[in-house]
Structures are given as C-alpha cells and as structure tokens.
Design a protein around this ligand. Structure first.
Ligand SMILES: Nc1nc2c(c(=O)[nH]1)N[C@H]1C(S)=C(S)[C@@H](COP(=O)(O)OP(=O)(O)OC[C@H]3O[C@@H](n4cnc5c(=O)[nH]c(N)nc54)[C@H](O)[C@@H]3O)O[C@H]1N2
Ligand SMILES: Nc1nc2c(c(=O)[nH]1)N[C@H]1C(S)=C(S)[C@@H](COP(=O)(O)OP(=O)(O)OC[C@H]3O[C@@H](n4cnc5c(=O)[nH]c(N)nc54)[C@H](O)[C@@H]3O)O[C@H]1N2
Ligand code: SF4
Ligand SMILES: [Mo]
Length: 726
C-alpha cells in the first residue's frame, strides 16, 4: 500500500540559479544567525541560506532570515536626500551637499543660540559597530551634545543597568552553549520561540537530549509557556516579588551556596534581611503564584547544580525593570550560578546590534565600557582622539525617554534621528507628536523614506541598509559577527558611516581630527582602544570573524579564539572584585486595572513582524500573517461584553483610543488583553510607559484599558485599516 504524498504531486521548490554566495549575519534579531545571501549572475539577491558550520544557527534560519534577501527590493526605500523649509511644505529632492550643509549649520545655529545640549541625537541598535563608534566620536568629540542616546533605552537599558549594579559592568556573562550544560532553565518575560526562534532551537535541541526542567514566567500562555514543564502566570509587573520569594526559600531552607557568597559577593546581610519579609505566602498575595509552587521552583533551581535564567522584555520593560534584573542576578549569585557552564544570568538581547551600541557607541559614556564619570576614562579617550578632555561632560546626559519631555518643555530645539522610528515605537503617541511639532529642526536618517517620523522632518538622509555595507554586529552571547557587502544601495543612499564622516567635515573641530572612512580602518581603532577592557576585541579582524563564523569577546592574546563566559574566576568589575547582593523592596507603582479601565494591556511581538514594520510590512511572505492591528482577548471576557471573534472594538486608555480586530484566545487571562507593538497609531496611543527610575526604560507591558463595542463595524473596519501603514 502507498501512503501519503507518494501518490500525489510532491511540492516542488524552484531551483534558483545562484552564481555567488556572500557571507553576512542576519540584520533582524540579536540571535546573530550567520546567513549567506545568494546572488544570480546579474548580481540580484535571489535567496538566503543558513550557514551550516556557524555555531549559532547550525544551518537554520527563521522565516525573517529566510526572506531577508527580499529587503533589497522592498518598496519606498530612500533614494535621494530630501529637504524642505517647514513641515507643511512638500519635500524636494536635492544633493547630499545641500542636506549635510543645512544640517550642520542648523546644529551650529541651535547650539549657538540655546547651548550645546539643546540639540539631541537619538540612534538605534541596528547599525554596525563601526558606525556606532564613528557616531559616538562625532557626537562626543565634535558636536559635543550630551543629550545623545539610542532606542536601546526602550529595550535593553534595564539589563545594562542591572548588570552594572550587580557586577560592576555591562556584559552578559553566559552563552547559548549553557543550554547544553544546564540542569534547569528559568525564563522570565521572554517569548523565545517567536522572538528568538533560533536561540529557541538551540535550547530545544539541548532539552530534547536531556530534558532538564524549563520554567516560564509570563502572564500570557505564550508558545514558550506551552512547551515549558512549569508555567508561572505571574500578575503583571510583580516578578520582583516572585524573585525575592525564591531567594527567601533558598536562604531559609539552607539551599544557598554559602562558599560562593562568602568568596565572591558583598552585601549578603542586608540582602538576607530584606528577603526575610518575602515569604511565599506573602508573595502569593501580590504575584498570584501559589506559595507551594514558589517553594517547589526554588528547590528545583537551587538543587539543580547548574541553573540559568534568561529574560527579555517582560522584565526590562517594567517600572522595576532594573530591579528585576538585579533580582535575577541575586538569585544566581546566592546559588553560585554565575560564570560556570550552565549557570548564568543571560539577558536575551533585542536588536541585531543592541550589544554593539552598548560596547562602542558612547551613548551612555565612552567607548569600550568607559564612563564619562571617570576622569581616567575621559583622559584616555581625549588622548586617543586628540581632543581636550575638558570638552567631555562629566556625567551622562538625558535618555531618549527624557529627551522627548525636554523637547516638550522647549529645552531641546533640534533632533537627529538615526535608524529609529519613535512616532510608532515610543509610548503615548499624542505626546510624541506634540514634541515633534515643537522642534525647530528635525533630521531623519533612515533606509526608508516612508518611515512615520519623516512626516515631521526638515531633512531626510537616505541610508544604506544591512547588506549594502560592511561591518559587525554583536549578538546576545557577546559574539561579534560580520556582514559583508552584498550589493550597492539604491539611488544615492549612503552608508551611515559615510554620513557621519561627511558631517564631521562640516565642523571646525571635525576638520582637525581624523575620521577613518572604511569599516576595516574603523575596526582597527576599536580593536586598539578595546585592548585590556572587558569587551576586548584586540585579536579580532573582519576576515578572522568570517572564518570563525563569529567570535565571542573577550578575544585577546589569552583567548585568541574568544571566550564563552565572563566571570569564570568569580572576580567582578566592582572595585573590590566582588558582585553585589542588593536588597530590593517592591513598590507597587503601575497603572493597574480598576472599575473604569478593567483590563491589563500587555504588548509585544509576533514572529513574522519586525518592530514598526518598515522592513517586514513590505515583505509579502511575512506581512500576510498579520497585516492588520488586532488584539488577543479571552473568550470568557469577550462573551460578558457581547464581543464575538473578528469584531472590531475600540480600546480606550487614559491617553487615547484605537480600533482593533478581536482574536479570541485562552492565551490571555480574562482580565488582560494583548496587542502587538508593530502597528502605527495603535498600541502606543494607549500605552502609558511609566519609567524605571534607574534605566529610564518605559513599562510598555502594563497599562489599564477598557473596551467599547462598536455598532458600525464598517466604519470601524475603515478606521482599523487606516492604522496600518502598508
Ligand atoms: N519576530 C520578532 N522578533 C524580535 C523582534 C521583533 O520585532 N519581531 N524584536 C527584537 C527585540 S528589539 C526585542 S527587545 C526582543 C523582545 O523579545 P521578547 O521580550 O521575548 O518579546 P515581547 O513579545 O516584547 O515580550 C515578551 C513577553 O513578556 C511578557 N510579559 C508582559 N508583562 C510581563 C510581566 O509583567 N512579567 C513577565 N514575566 N512577563 C511579561 C509578554 O506577555 C510577552 O510574552 O525581540 C527581538 N526579536
Ligand atoms: N508598545 C510597545 N512599544 C515598544 C515595544 C514594546 O514591546 N511594546 N518595544 C520597544 C523596543 S524593545 C524596541 S527595540 C523599539 C524599536 O523601535 P524602533 O527603533 O523605532 O523600531 P524599528 O522599526 O526597528 O526602527 C528602526 C528604523 O531603522 C531603519 N533602518 C534599518 N536599518 C537601517 C540602517 O542600516 N541605517 C539606517 N539609517 N536606518 C536603518 C528602519 O527602516 C526603521 O525605520 O520599540 C519599542 N516600543
Ligand atoms: S532568529 Fe533572528 S537572527 Fe536568526 S534568522 Fe531569525 S531574525 Fe535572523
Ligand atoms: Mo528591543
């Protein structure tokens, strides 16, 4: 008997005539997959494939990587520099000279009139490290504004701040190889199968071999929660209480690693005193996880021998984001799970090069994890760049989330945006719009001219995209990987590196300095100044990186092939060499549901879309899965309000309202709804985004909303469609 497909027509994949493969690293998420782009004999990109001998992805790609070759021919790429006098004029096409000159003179005018810090610059986690470094040099040593930040404040700031508070420096200490060594994995606020599909694949491979317990903490029943051994549906914004309670059980039941605590940490007594108050019964009342379950999880974790925690935005995007990260570090320090195989605190990063900006962009300090607050660091960089140290500020300026309110207050008059789209990605759209309208000058530097922020720009710089230039990204496990140039950018679009060096020439200070103009020359500068630092690149080169399919820093004479883990010897970056155990009292300060606004509003991502959809919204094979703004809602809650599947409803928050299509699912609890972050004029019209006090990161994941049924479904459909930009 014949079974299945043999009697039917088998699926045929078209044979693609690839003439040449070019080595790159995926330009979407921070997993850092090695990916070859296939070119035909006319030089057109026609396919991609995962690189088989790359340790990160081992030949695999997720669907964004699979269709990445299509970005080169996507719609509405910026091709020509644009300029206009006022926001109400239409743009006219012009030359690079005119737009660069105009921008330089506007920066000088605004700084001259209102002071150096009245012109702000906000960048990204998505350009190359060489570009970040050059931008930092331009901003710190030439333009000299201290209001310089990146969209990483919306993303990784809490992780950075938590690592610094616990270990004395930024830098994720673990790696993907830890999945093969661990005996227990705790994942908090991370939906790995959708957001980092190939890290998930690495984890799943390890899990299928050895079946160690996986515990997922997420208020939503995500794909990750569905595969976990234990799912803890924590009450939104209360992870800190759960983590304190886990530490309470571990200490009271004598499960802590006292030798590690004594040898490598400080602050134990104060920490112990605080967690004494967080017994599981008290914690249950706040975080909603049964006391019995808290005890069980604490025992599994502490007795595993090697246990690790990963986390992403469910922790970082919270009013206690930084504290949440420190609490994770506390947990791993008291169980001796830092710097050992399978024992770590591994923050899963977001954007392809969110790490590169942390290492070398000078956003929150100076390159190579140097800080503005330290005189020796200021002096070192001043000597290296050949400028006077007194030109540098002595502490970091505003974060992105403080820059916008400062624009509203009239303290900041000009803004340069590089590869970020805050009209869509910042919370409280109405306020962001108002800020944009108040600017005397806005320049937008983006690969796409239809990016929403461009509506408010005076000048538009068309930039090259991933694969249209060479440079490196650093991924979640500190692996520096290379993107070779696959093809030329469209029209007159230019690499960000070129734009920065051209800008430098238009300033007196810039003329006196040397700016390297190729990625390999810039990389040499980075290598030299990184020598001896934690993020040491000194033994790397572009060619060596390609050959090794990515190198994990530190890469120096001691570790010429890079090193998998940090803090293996238990020596940390604080002055006394110890990690800090920090007591973290929980303060309930979220906007919580009440009578008027009875639902928690949660937000996050979908596997097929990338952020504000400037890229994936134009790739049919990705956009087809979720073309329109929708909301996940529990069927029992919907029934009570008379809402059916596929109804359009209006969601109201205290800020604004938005119309979404209802998808009924038990993934969300009856008192919560979930809206993807990807659509313009949707979730962020509603989100409040209270800020974490340490990291200034917005709590995107917790606001309160109410839901209004709509009589006129046709009109609602029109309003819903108007919110999708493509
Ligand atoms: N496909 C795709 N992948 C991406 C991206 C993308 O846009 N598309 N973006 C990349 C970037 S920049 C980032 S930062 C990452 C983000 O990666 P993730 O953080 O994994 O993704 P999110 O969907 O934002 O949020 C993760 C989970 O946090 C949960 N959560 C909400 N509130 C809480 C809470 O109070 N506690 C806990 N424990 N969990 C909570 C949400 O329910 C959600 O399931 O993804 C990266 N990868
Ligand atoms: N409600 C809600 N809001 C959120 C989040 C959430 O979970 N919920 N998550 C937040 C997080 S974690 C993040 S990271 C942000 C992301 O927010 P954004 O940074 O605003 O999102 P992107 O769409 O990635 O914007 C990147 C821009 O860079 C452009 N670009 C791409 N490559 C290049 C290049 O090489 N050069 C130049 N010049 N331009 C380029 C793209 O076209 C795009 O316009 O959103 C945040 N907003
Ligand atoms: S997992 Fe991330 S890095 Fe890998 S192919 Fe998908 S989007 Fe690209
Ligand atoms: Mo992010």
């Amino acid at each position: 008997m014949l079974f299945g497909r043999r009697t039917k027509n088998p699926i045929q994949l078209p044979v693609k005539a690839v003439d040449k493969w070019v080595y790159t690293t995926c330009g979407y998420c921070s997993t850092g997959c090695s990916l070859d782009v296939g070119l035909d004999d006319k030089g057109a990109a026609i396919t991609t494939r995962g690189v088989a001998d790359a340790d990160v992805n081992r030949g695999k790609l997720c669907l964004k990587g699979i269709y990445e070759f299509e970005v080169f021919r996507s719609l509405n790429r910026g091709r020509v520099p644009l300029i206009r006098k006022t926001r109400s004029d239409p743009f006219t096409e012009t030359t690079w000279d005119e737009t660069l000159n105009k921008t330089a003179s506007e920066i000088q005018r605004i700084q001259g009139l209102y002071g150096r810090d009245s012109f702000a610059i906000v960048s990204t986690g998505q350009i190359y490290t060489e570009e970040f470094y050059t931008l930092g040099k331009l901003v710190r040593a030439v333009i000299g504004t201290n209001n310089y930040d990146g969209n990483t404040t919306l993303c990784m700031a809490s992780a950075v701040s938590g690592y610094k508070r616990s270990f004395g420096s930024d830098g994720p200490p673990g790696c993907y190889d830890d999945f093969d060594q661990t005996n227990c994995l705790l994942a908090i606020g991370s939906n790995l199968p959708e957001q980092h599909p190939i890290i998930y694949y690495r984890l799943k491979e390890a899990y299928d071999r050895r079946h160690f317990p996986i515990i997922v903490v997420d208020p939503r029943v995500t794909l990750f929660a569905q595969m976990a051994d234990i799912h803890l549906p924590v009450k939104p914004g209360t992870d800190l209480v759960l983590l304190n309670a886990l530490a309470h059980v571990i200490l009271t039941e004598g499960l802590a690693d006292q030798n590690y605590i004594q040898a490598h940490t400080s602050g134990f007594e104060d920490f112990k005193k605080l967690v004494e108050a967080y017994n599981p019964e008290m914690a249950e009342k706040i975080c909603g996880i049964p006391a019995k379950m808290i005890r069980k999880v604490a025992r599994i974790y502490a007795e595993a021998g090697a246990a690790m925690t990963i986390w992403t935005m469910g922790i970082n995007q919270s009013t206690h984001g930084s504290d949440g990260v420190v609490a994770i570090n506390n947990l791993n320090l008291i169980t001796g799970n830092i710097g050992k195989p399978g024992g770590t605190s591994l923050s899963i990063t977001g954007q392809c090069n969110a790490m590169g900006t942390r290492e070398f962009s000078s956003c929150s300090g100076l390159p190579g994890y140097r800080t503005l607050e330290k005189e020796e660091d200021r002096q070192f960089m001043a000597d290296y760049w050949g400028v006077e140290a007194s030109f540098f500020p002595q502490k970091r300026g505003m974060a992105e989330t403080d820059i916008f309110p400062a624009i509203e207050r009239g303290e900041i008059k000009g803004l340069w945006l590089i590869a970020t789209n805050p009209m869509t990605s910042m919370p409280d759209t109405a306020r962001i719009r108002k800020s944009f309208e108040q600017l005397e000058f806005l320049v937008v530097q983006d690969a796409y001219s239809d990016v929403e922020t461009n509506e408010y720009a005076h000048v538009f710089f068309p930039a090259s995209l991933w694969g249209e230039k060479e440079g490196v990204f650093t991924n979640t496990e500190r692996r520096v990987n290379l993107v070779r140039k696959v093809m030329d950018p469209p029209g007159e679009a230019k690499p960000d590196l070129w734009i920065f060096t051209e800008m430098a020439k238009r300033f007196e200070r810039g003329k006196e300095m040397t700016f390297s103009t190729t990625a390999t020359e810039v990389f040499e500068e980075i290598k030299t100044l990184s020598k001896g630092r934690l993020c040491d690149y000194s033994e790397m080169s572009h060619d060596k990186i390609e050959k090794q399919r990515g190198i994990q820093w530190p890469c120096n004479t001691e570790h010429p092939k890079g090193n998998r883990r940090l803090y293996e010897t238990g020596v940390f970056q604080h002055a006394d060499g110890r990690a800090k155990l920090i007591p973290l009292p929980f303060v309930d300060n979220n906007e919580c549901p009440d009578k008027e606004y009875p639902f928690w509003l949660n937000s996050g991502r979908l596997v097929e879309q990338w952020h504000t959809r400037t890229k994936t919204g134009k790739i049919g094979n990705l956009n087809k899965f979720s073309p329109t703004p929708f909301m996940e809602m529990n069927p029992r809650a919907a029934a009570k309000l008379g809402i059916a599947a596929m109804d359009y409803v209006r969601v109201h928050s205290r800020r604004d309202s938005a119309v979404v299509l209802v998808q009924l699912t038990e993934r969300v609890a009856p008192d919560a709804v979930f809206i993807p972050m990807h659509y313009f004029n949707c979730i962020n019209r509603l989100a409040l985004g209270l800020l974490d006090p340490y990291s200034r990161q917005p709590a995107y994941k917790q606001s309160a909303v109410r839901i209004e049924c709509l009589e006129d479904q046709e009109a609602a459909a029109r309003e819903n469609v108007a919110m999708r930009n493509y």
